[in-house]
Design a protein around this ligand. Structure first.
Ligand code: HSE
Length: 405
């Protein structure tokens, strides 16, 4: 019997309990052992819920119980999750988590402690919800040198951008709807400012390239400045606007960035709609691969956590994760990253295009029916530095979005 404890009976924690209950027979068969939830830790009471029978308010009940071999950490946030995780691993208990904030901040240290203690620290659910991308990078794509990961890694922002594109809604309205439908957090800052996607691409990149990628080093922009008009322009040239989290090898060095971008139908991420997530991976021998699915939500996330619990039950004394090196991956300065840029400028086409062409060279102006006194254009490929220099010479720029076309 594998006895487990769940820390935190919130959305994901209660999902874990539900998944284990719903698929008990097949999960036990795959684990080769019966999985029993011995404790659920939460500060609250849940009268009438069967979970009340195994509820504890004292973490020490779990820590000091030698029968508990696997702990599920679904508390979220850094504290006390970091302290609890560390103590569980040091006590010889494996830990499975959905906590991307903790993995991005202390994952390497916690993996090391797990390895030193012959147990596991697994975090499949931390990136892409139910999409098995961590396991793919850890054990399926090991023949490859991965040179690019580009993902739509945040369900909330993809839902908002999809809503803006489908209904012509402005950002605030789309965010409100996402919140009303329970997709966005009441405090959605980490999602809409791109931080959540940033932490996820840091974790995936560290695993893929074998070196530590600090989320703080990644240039990150959110979607709060994207307007319905930006999206209309994008649609008029066959593009969608997505929040892309990317890390990529260029001339033997890497860059990493989270930002909104225009992509066209040739890009496999173009049709990823609503709360879905997708991760595009390029390997030097594999070529292209894409992983797509439910990137957020109670049961998809719990599905990934429970798969980790099964892995721990199957490998009680064997560490199964490839820990990445503590050496930092040297990221190139964002100013040296090259791309194309979609730019909107105010003014009339007749009066203002010559100034724009003087700076950016020949451009193809884009006009939108019903949107007056402005036009848009897409630049040739250039570095961020070159773009900034040119843009500083034009004083009527309304907005800029990178164009991956
Ligand atoms: N807030 C996250 C999202 C949840 O919207 O994708 C899943 O990590």
């Amino acid at each position: 019997m594998a006895k487990i404890a769940v820390l935190g009976f919130g959305t994901v924690g209660s999902g874990v309990v539900e998944v284990i209950e719903t698929n008990k027979t097949s999960i036990n068969k795959r684990a080769g052992d019966e999985i029993e939830i011995k404790y659920v830790l939460d500060l609250r009471e849940f009268p009438g819920n069967p979970i009340q029978d195994v509820l504890t308010h004292d973490f020490n009940d779990i820590l000091n119980d030698p029968e508990v071999s696997v702990v599920v950490e679904t508390m979220g946030g850094l504290n006390p999750a970091y302290d609890f995780t560390k103590r569980c691993l040091l006590a010889g208990k494996s830990v499975c988590t959905s906590n991307k904030e903790l993995v991005a901040e202390h994952g390497l240290e916690l993996m090391q402690i797990a390895q030193d203690n012959g147990v596991n620290y697994l975090f499949e659910a931390s990136c892409g919800g139910g999409i098995p991308i961590i396991r793919a990078l850890n054990s399926s794509l090991t023949a490859d040198e991965i040179d690019e990961i580009t993902g739509i890694l945040n369900g909330t922002t993809n839902y908002i951008l999809t809503k803006m594109a489908r209904d012509g809604a402005e950002f605030d309205e789309a965010l409100k709807e996402a919140q009303n439908n329970g997709f966005a957090e009441r405090n959605p800052e980490a999602d809409i400012e791109g931080l959540d996607a940033c932490r996820k691409i840091a974790i995936l990149s560290s695993l893929a390239y074998g070196r530590d990628v600090r989320w703080q080093d990644i240039h990150t922009e959110g979607i709060t400045k994207i307007t319905a008009t930006d999206i209309k322009y994008a649609q008029s040239i066959g593009c969608s606007v997505k929040l892309l989290a990317t890390s990529r090898k260029v001339n033997n060095r890497f860059y990493a960035m989270v930002s909104p971008a225009l992509i066209n139908a040739d890009n496999p991420l173009y049709s990823v709609q609503g709360v879905f997530n997708a991760v595009f991976v390029h390997g030097n021998v594999l070529g292209d691969a894409m992983f797509y699915g439910s990137g957020a939500g109670k049961l998809p996330t719990a599905s990934a956590v429970v798969a980790d619990v099964v892995d721990c039950a199957k490998h009680p004394h064997e560490n199964v994760m490839n820990r990445w090196s503590s050496k930092k991956l040297d990221l190139i300065d964002i100013d040296d990253v090259r791309s194309r840029f979609f730019v909107r400028v105010s003014g009339s086409l007749a009066g203002d295009i010559s100034n724009v062409q003087e700076v950016f060279g020949k451009i193809e102006p884009i006009s939108i029916p019903g949107v007056g006194n402005e036009f848009g254009f897409v630049t040739e490929e250039m570095s961020e530095h070159e773009y900034k220099e040119k843009a500083s010479k034009i004083d009527n720029i309304i907005s800029m979005i990178r164009a991956r076309i």
